[in-house]
Design a protein around this ligand. Structure first.
Ligand code: B12
Ligand code: SF4
Length: 471
């Protein structure tokens, strides 16, 4: 008898407005696709559904009827929990008794929630490649599988921690063939080439910003070789016709010598690609930036988070305002755009400090700025430090006020609206955005964003038609 079928699901989340749906970048879900590739390597037939790009139109039920999977796996970030709950209910209502595995950030931070609510039979804690395959190969004798949690007689059992001993180069490429690769797009104005995809150069981040969830990869760094990245880039170009890449690493330059080797190879091979990545603003180095530009990098995403030094210190961001100014200048000198993220509403943050953040964003003048309302993701240091609860029905997760704010909900929404208006309703920045628009759909999205902003709907999602369904 052949090996049983496995169905892996990216549950998606519920964007709070049409504008958010249109303006959000979508990329293949590398978490489930990486796990899928490991199962395929072991000979299992694997299927995947990514509900961040597929509609919830009964395709989950159809997939279960068609494949009769013995194992169903969900990738779980905190905003996805309502969708996971709904889907597990539907699966069980169909009489399907597949083994359900949950993995990813939220399941790792609080496995008890997934197990006690009957959302998972087993939670894979941390990186999933080996734990997931070992669970399935050994089921139901899983006591010796490292890096998992399950219930026994109603008691939570956590097996020993799984150390990362994997050589990233030896991993198979994410099983991208399981999803519709042409369904993914970068947000309008955000891309240079419409055909783009994502990949990883390293895992881990050595820093300790307290609002950031580092539950999966932690502080220990692991790297892929430059040769392996170049081979994957060529493979993606040949197989999917993509020529733009998004490096999803937390920090692209974390090991400058390794990064430089990759940059040298990109320059030498001159594949005509464009790409962007993330890096801390205090680690931008003029010489490497020049090489990045030469290698096709057109944008860096860099979180500055706050404009008040007190808040930067509170969240242990480890940067000074001056280092942000210098980092942005270096990027501009190199001709590389910056997308900078700011967060409003950290615990104890006053209105004046939030206004300082907005003024600092304007002063730094990145190509794009995104202003999020602070959310205390479960397991983060800041959530623990201030004892902040997480609302599980957190559907409009990124722009709904949290009780920890020092301002009322309407005041908070007003501050976020003000941030977008102050930043984007500026002639130079408007012009810069318009210059990026090269597709008819982008004009529509930009127009709707402008209307949304003018009507004060950016924070609450009221400026654009609300979305009732997930996608
Ligand atoms: C890329 C990315 C996105 C993309 C997602 C598109 C895509 N499909 O790639 C975009 C930009 C759209 C995005 C949006 C958001 N993101 Co995001 N994103 C990331 C990022 C940078 C990389 C994710 C990734 O691809 N990792 C690589 C893969 C290989 O790792 P992985 O997914 O963790 O999977 C491994 C394990 O988790 C596990 N695993 C995962 N799934 C499963 C499933 C099963 C069955 C098993 C067994 C194992 C398993 O095995 C995998 C292999 O080891 C992470 C940070 C990071 N460094 O990981 C943040 C991160 C996941 N995002 C985060 C957040 C908060 C958001 C937003 C809410 C941001 C916002 N305010 O708008 C939204 C919500 C999106 C959502 N669906 O939940 C948080 C999640 C925190 C939390 N506790 O939920 C993270 C961790 C950032 C952070 N450090 O705080 N994001
Ligand atoms: S915010 Fe960035 S630098 Fe800070 S811990 Fe998270 S990934 Fe690392």
């Amino acid at each position: 008898m052949g090996k049983p079928d496995i169905l892996l699901i990216e549950p998606g989340y519920i964007p709070d407005s049409l504008i958010e749906r249109l303006a959000t970048s979508t990329m293949p879900p590398l978490g489930i696709l990486q796990v899928a590739a490991m199962f395929e390597q072991k000979g299992y037939p694997v299927h995947a559904i990514d509900f961040s790009v597929e509609p919830m139109d009964g395709r989950l039920q159809r997939a279960i009827q068609k494949y009769d999977p013995a194992v169903i796996g969900f990738s779980c970030t905190a905003p996805c929990l309502p969708n996971v709950q709904q889907m597990v209910r539907e699966i069980r209502d169909m009489g399907c008794d597949a083994l359900i595995l949950c993995g990813g950030y939220d399941a790792t931070s609080r496995p008890e929630v997934y197990l006690e609510r009957g959302l998972a039979d087993v939670v894979v804690v941390g990186e999933g490649e080996f734990s997931a395959t070992e669970v399935v190969e050994n089921w139901p004798h899983i006591d010796d599988v490292a890096g998992i949690a399950f219930l026994r007689n109603g008691e939570l059992v956590r097996t020993c921690h799984r150390e990362r001993d994997l050589d990233l180069d030896s991993l198979p490429y994410p099983a991208r063939h399981l999803v519709r690769m042409d369904a993914y797009k970068l947000a309008p104005g955000y891309r240079q080439n419409p055909r783009a995809t994502s990949l990883f150069f390293n895992r881990g981040c050595p820093h300790r910003c307290t609002f950031c969830d580092r539950t999966i990869f932690g502080q220990k760094m692991s790297f892929r070789s430059a040769e392996s990245i170049m081979t994957e880039i060529r493979y993606l170009m040949d197989t999917y016709g993509v020529n733009e890449f998004r490096f999803h690493d937390d920090r692209f330059l974390v090991h400058p010598r390794r990064s430089e080797r990759l940059l040298d190879m990109m320059i030498e091979e001159d594949l005509g690609i464009t790409w962007f990545c993330a890096e801390r603003v205090d680690r931008l180095d003029a010489r490497l930036l020049a090489k990045m530009k030469q290698a096709g990098c057109f944008r860096i995403e860099s979180g500055v988070e706050a404009g008040s030094q007190r808040i930067l210190d509170l969240i242990k961001k480890g940067i000074s305002k001056q280092s942000a100014v210098e980092g942005f200048r270096k990027a501009k000198d190199a001709g590389i755009g910056v997308l900078s993220n700011f967060i409003l509403g950290f615990p104890t943050e006053t209105r004046d400090e939030m206004l300082e953040t907005i003024d600092f964003a304007v002063e730094l003048d990145p190509e794009y700025a995104a202003f999020f309302m602070f959310q205390p993701y479960p397991g983060t240091d800041i959530a623990n430090q201030f004892g902040l609860p997480w609302d599980d029905d957190h559907r409009r997760f990124s722009r709904i006020p949290h009780p920890s704010y020092t301002l009322t909900n309407p005041e908070m929404e007003e501050v976020v609206d003000l941030a977008y208006k102050k930043f984007y309703l500026h002639p130079t920045r408007c012009l810069r955005l318009l210059k990026q628009v090269d597709h008819p759909e982008d004009i529509l999205t930009m127009g709707m964003a402008a209307v949304s902003m003018l009507r004060g709907g950016f924070a609450g999602g009221t400026g654009a038609p609300p979305s009732e369904t997930a996608l």
